[in-house]
Design a protein around this ligand. Structure first.
Ligand code: ADP
Length: 203
């Protein structure tokens, strides 16, 4: 069973990799950013409450985000596992997610961190501004998002590392290479969890 969180700064490639891994693992990729953007596009109440924060590069308040994720994880397609992309992003959200999963009698199986240096992140996001037209990819907003990530989300790396759940992967390189790295650490994590292999000894 795969219940995964993808962590990493804006531009590290979480969305791309979440979708690719989800297809391979046959679980839904749940992106809070995508859900917010869809709600903004449809002009829902949720979208209206999220838009001003997103356009400024700030986090949508936890009260809004947590409820939305709780709803999404309760959908039938998420009961067999999921990949969360963009949640949790604050230590409060970590606690909330712990509670949601505990209520369902489950817990996370692994947290995958995608790393990339700041120059590369800014380069990618600036490129994306030209192709996808996301209003929060303008240069000033990109800098705010990097800053907010450092202050509010980077500490989560330590939190999950302490729990022994964290696997860090270099997000630099071709999309397929990065997916292969992620699959490799997942396979290693699964091996480490498996009971000793009895008489199937190496060598
Ligand atoms: P990126 O990772 O490139 O910043 P996302 O699509 O994940 O892009 O998020 C876009 C915006 O959506 C964020 O800047 C924020 O305003 C909002 N958002 C997404 N996830 C969360 C979250 N877990 N908590 C609060 N706000 C969020």
């Amino acid at each position: 069973m795969s219940r995964l969180v993808l962590l990493g700064p804006p531009g590290a490639g979480k969305g791309t990799q979440a979708k690719r891994l989800a297809a391979r693992l046959a679980v839904p990729a749940i992106s809070t950013g995508d859900i917010f953007r869809a709600n903004v596009a449809q002009g829902t109440e949720l979208g209206l409450s999220a838009k001003e924060y997103m356009d400024a590069g700030k986090y949508v308040p936890d009260s809004v985000t947590n409820l939305m994720v709780r709803d999404r994880l309760a959908q039938p397609d998420a009961t067999g596992g999921f990949i969360l992309d963009g949640y949790p992003r604050t230590t409060d959200q970590v606690r909330e997610l712990d509670d949601m999963l505990a209520e369902a009698g489950t817990s996370l199986t692994a947290v995958l961190e995608l790393t990339a240096d700041t120059d590369e992140l800014v380069r990618r996001l600036t490129l994306r501004a030209g192709t996808e037209g996301r209003s929060d990819d303008a240069e000033g907003v990109v800098r705010t998002r990097q800053q907010v990530y450092l202050e509010q989300t980077a500490p989560l790396v330590e939190v999950y590392s302490t729990r022994g759940l964290l696997h860090s992967v270099d997000g630099l390189g071709a999309v397929e290479e990065v997916t292969a790295r992620l699959e490799q650490v997942l396979a290693q994590a699964a091996d480490a969890d498996a009971p000793p292999a009895g008489d199937a000894q190496a060598g």
